[in-house]
Design a protein around this ligand. Sequence first.
Ligand code: GLC
Length: 436
Amino acid sequence: MDQELLSSAAAVLKQNDRGSYTVLAGDLYPHQWLWDSCFIAIGLRHLDIERAKTELESLKRGQWSNGMLPDMIFGSKRASLDGLLWDSAISPFAPEHVTTSGITDPPMLAEAVMSVGQKLKLPERRTWYKQMLPTIIHFHQWLYRERDVRHEGLITIIHPYESGMDNSPPWIEELKDHGIPIWVKAAEKLKLGRLIKHVRRDTRHTPANQRMSNVEALAFWSALRHLQHKAYDSKKILSKPRLDLQDLAFNCILIRANACLKDIAKTAGVDLPKELLGDIKRGEEALEQLWDEPSGQYYSRSFASGELVMQPSISTFLTLYAGTIPKERAEKLVGLLSKRGAYKSIWPVPSVPANSEYFDPERYWQGPVWVNMNWLIIQGLRRYGFDKEADVLRDRTLELVAKSGYHEYFNPLDGTGLGAKNFSWTAALAIDLLKT
Ligand code: GLC
């Protein structure tokens, strides 16, 4: 099975290759996305190390002068339409020669750069790290400067898209708390669903029940317009908090990224700025503020209210990936991972537990299995010495893609493939799971 999987996964990446970057899945996602490219490079490094480097280097062209790495860089003929919608040029920090979105994405870059580096001999590794270090440092400094305005050690994200887990329950709860715009409710009441369907690109490609609802999609769009009115200026946006979360998964990924950054800097023989080292330390300590003892889980926290958003989601397991939580808590989480009626599933790991009011096995980030989440959890399990559990999850993940193909996400109850077909990160991470 391994050889067959390897060549079919490589074929998907080849088909989606656009020279210096990889699109995610042809028509539905024709641009370059930040964390997608990172996962893609982690797989590509086993096939073609130079191409993996190019994938990551191509992200540099989108970096804003304040350090932000945008979640999307537009590269196709549709670029003009998407670029117009985002209108990120209203920010003085947006790059001149390329059109991008105005928000960021989970900071997977340091992990990807390090993974590629591990495949290189020491002298080339050093050169590679020196090449990428300024981009990563600038990005992490921006995160702490602009998104940790209260110096709590936790980054706040200003739109669900920045979490990469768009409609996961904590975000929908936050949306309900901070108001769904009246016009969105009216559109739903007037049953404008069919009309909206024509405006939404995603539901033209995929059945509507597998995507976010119209209310969610319109409310998110309206939230984007709000960011645009503020010229994507984080400080202005956070001075009057609305839909903003100290997102658990994002912060876990950043904690791990900081550890990778330290490693990269050490190998390259570069000293990291003192202030950044202080931020990194504060970040590791602050994660424990998101723990809830009675339920034995970690949660995201609302920036506006300072309260934990007590809606369980797969993000709780990303604290294993962060690698800084106490061993006893890691053990509790591993117990939860195999708990019947919650996360135990024929095809693990569901993005939302079966006993959640939100659980829907087919709907996007509200139940389906995502291969990038499984990959992150596998790394986390290994970090805490749960190798047996990591091996089981790895094998089931590979069986799932062998059975159903390289879909964007999968039904955790019967393994059916959902969303886009021939999805790049599913293929890339399958390669990495086969090779490591
Ligand atoms: C969706 C996903 C996000 C991903 C993007 C491109 O928006 O929620 O995580 O980066 O698609 O694949």
